[in-house]
Ligand binder design. Structure first.
Ligand SMILES: NC(=O)c1ccc[n+]([C@@H]2O[C@H](COP(=O)([O-])OP(=O)(O)OC[C@H]3O[C@@H](n4cnc5c(N)ncnc54)[C@H](OP(=O)(O)O)[C@@H]3O)[C@@H](O)[C@H]2O)c1
Length: 286
């Protein structure tokens, strides 16, 4: 049984690929560039298709001989619905028997565009008639990894949120394992799973955990949205991405992002990873 994995070269795609390879799955990686293949082959992909999510013909060609699709869209993409629809249409045309859609926790938060677009994409998938599984993952613990060197350097954990607003952050490794489980085991069709981490943590709580693990004080500080915008532009983000980030961060800042870990625990058959374990892992660099 071959699984077509989209966005395979991305942060989420690579984590899901590793989890699928651990389960011995036969994975065809959907890539933008053939030069990405050796690294993904090293992570366990068994074949690849070069394609563009905006190009129906490449999607159709990639779908050949695949029984399952795991579709992960590019983050905050304005064409999330159109892209997902292309994969759904190709899956229908090729008689795919399982379509796993990697959505987001609380897609019904319509004020945030990529949540709303994922909700619309979920609706399209459900109405397509394809046997589907939708996973709705919470914000990743791995966002800390992006600022980790800065945290070590400055002693400040600063993210663009009020330091007391709570998130049930989840370990991407757990989310990837759960995605691999629903894509390879029986009994997960026609269902939507909310996947959240085990603890509700504020930036202040996270800084306390990091302090405990490192044995030195790390202070939580809210990064201003102005500074976040400057950082994002310096990293190459365009106007659309910056606008979406500002909207998302203001929304999370106002309402928090809470969830319940029961479903993730049940799927994994163990407790989801704690933030403390994640921090221990990245402080050991493994
Ligand atoms: N971050 C979170 O906390 C979180 C939580 C829940 C859900 N999610 C969801 O997870 C998904 C993946 O996020 P991510 O951070 O893993 O993204 P990412 O690292 O930016 O990866 C996106 C991948 O998509 C590929 N891609 C982009 N446009 C493409 C196109 N037109 N055709 C073919 N491939 C294309 C990119 O290819 P290249 O490698 O060639 O650039 C890249 O490999 C998003 O839908 C996001 O909403 C994220």
């Amino acid at each position: 049984m071959t699984i077509l994995l989209t966005a395979a070269n991305g942060r989420t795609g690579r984590a899901v690929l590793r989890a699928l390879a651990n389960r011995g799955a036969d994975v065809k990686a959907f890539l933008r560039d053939e030069a990405q293949w050796p690294a993904l082959n090293g992570l366990g992909a068994t074949s690849f298709a070069v394609g563009d999510m905006e190009d129906t013909s490449t999607i159709n060609a990639a779908m050949a001989s695949c029984e399952t699709v795991i579709h992960i869209g590019p983050p905050m993409h304005p064409n999330e619905v159109e892209i997902t629809s292309r994969f759904i249409d190709a899956a229908l045309a090729h008689g795919v028997s399982r379509f796993v859609y990697y959505s987001v926790m609380h897609p019904l938060r319509r004020a945030v565009r990529h949540h709303r677009l994922k909700l619309d994409a979920e609706e399209t998938l459900i109405e397509s008639g394809l046997p589907y599984t939708i996973v709705q993952p919470m914000r990743y613990m791995q966002h800390l990894g992006l600022i980790w060197n800065k945290v070590l350097e400055t002693g400040v954990h600063n993210m663009p949120f009020n330091i007391d607003v709570k998130f049930n952050v989840a370990d991407l490794r757990d989310l990837a394992e759960a995605t691999a489980i629903v894509a390879t085991e029986r009994g997960h069709l026609y269902i939507t799973y909310e996947l959240a981490g085990p603890e509700a943590l504020s930036q202040r709580d996270m800084a306390a955990v990091i302090s405990r693990v490192l044995g030195r004080e790390i202070r939580a500080e809210a990064l201003s949205l102005e500074q976040m915008e400057k950082n994002a532009r310096a990293a190459g983000a365009g106007d659309d991405r910056v606008t979406q980030m500002l909207t998302m961060n203001s929304h999370y800042d106002q309402f928090g992002f809470r969830g319940n870990p029961n479903v993730l625990r049940w799927l994994l058959g163990r407790n989801p990873n704690t933030f403390e374990n994640y921090v221990k892992r990245i402080s050991r660099c493994d």
